[in-house]
Design a protein around this ligand. Sequence first.
Ligand code: PGA
Length: 261
Amino acid sequence: MRTLLIVGNWKMNKTASEAATFIGELSQHLPKAPLTGVELVVAPPFTALESVGRVLGSESLIQLGAQNLFWEEHGAYTGEVSASMLKDLGCRYVILGHSERRTIFGEQNDGIRKKILAALTQGIRPILCIGESLAQRESGATDTVLTQQLQETLSGLSPDFVATIAIAYEPIWAIGTGKAATIDQAVAAHRTIRQFLTSAWSSTVADTTRILYGGSVTPQNIESLLASDQIDGALIGGACLQVDSFATIARLTSTTRSIGV
Ligand code: PGA
């Protein structure tokens, strides 16, 4: 059984001190005991990783994630941050290939692939984002786009590596728009992703790999999304920035589907 994964992508929000205060409040709003069958991750900006990690401590139910990394280990790469730097701060996850990185910062699949390998080498689990634009969906190209993104970022990786990656299906038109994909649209995309994993690796890899949905997830729609056993959690932007809504999503996730850890 796949453990559900709920990831808060803070994007470029909260200073280091605001982040520390937020995490203190969030911890108060979450149950003290682990949430059954759910992993929780927060991904603050680089500048807040240290303060958030300090407030979380080593016993926390919430794990630390980053929003990006660079594939080289060290050297003359002004402005970049490596996987080992993130690992040293306690990061367990890293979001890679988010559509904002692709569209605003020009990231391409071959670079994202190098980032995935750098993360895996350091034992950091990548959360690989893929998704189609509205024009691509309307022209019927969704499956082709998703398959190509998967092929160019993952092919050739060992099955063990692939199974530790979480894939986030994030239709670009659903991000920050308040228009989440319908359950049918999300489930169809998740099936396409699983089919790719089966044909490129095996049904075991497809059954083990977690596939999250992202794009306008809220406390109002999380339960219906998770009603499908194709959806193994969510990558959340806007709704993770308020303590109440993130804590509610976390609680609803643990009650909606109690699956083995
Ligand atoms: P959103 O963002 O929840 O605000 O739509 C999701 C994301 O970009 O990961």
